[in-house]
Design a protein around this ligand. Structure first.
Ligand code: 5GP
Ligand code: ZN
Length: 116
């Protein structure tokens, strides 16, 4: 999938509505349309990268920034202390459905998960 038919690029462009919770020059965060937890935010790079398979060394700063943004958003959502999960699905077996790299921020309750 390229950026012209990418749902998340359309969200970034404001062509598809979303509930945005954070935006800076590198990343944007908005609420998942089908939340799997009381807090479920998706944090995405503002530049289209399809998946972790397409991350390069030049993206290392951007990837780190996803995590500092996640930390800030967790605090703003009031779940920094109670805790949260950060998940990046990659490819078909990883359960990736939208091919614009995104970090799931999930919190607000203890979640059942195959990894405990
Ligand atoms: P993935 O399975 O690719 O890791 O996660 C994709 C996520 O995007 C899913 O949790 C899904 O609910 C969410 N999603 C898909 N389409 C939209 C949309 O149009 N708006 C928002 N806010 N979330 C979406
Ligand atoms: Zn995209």
């Amino acid at each position: 999938m390229n950026k012209t038919d990418c749902i998340f690029c359309k969200i970034l462009a404001g062509e598809i509505p979303s509930t945005q919770v954070y935006r800076d020059e590198q990343v944007t965060a908005f609420r998942d349309i089908h939340p799997a937890a009381p807090t479920h935010v998706l944090i995405i790079p503002n530049r289209h990268i399809s998946s972790v398979n397409d991350v390069t060394e030049a993206d290392e700063g951007l990837m780190g920034h996803l995590f500092t943004a996640a930390k800030q958003i967790a605090k703003a959502e009031g779940i920094a202390e109670s805790g949260y999960r950060l998940i990046i699905n990659t490819g078909p077996d990883g359960g990736q459905e939208v091919f614009h790299l995104h970090l799931h921020l999930l919190g607000g309750q203890r979640m059942r998960h195959p990894m405990g």
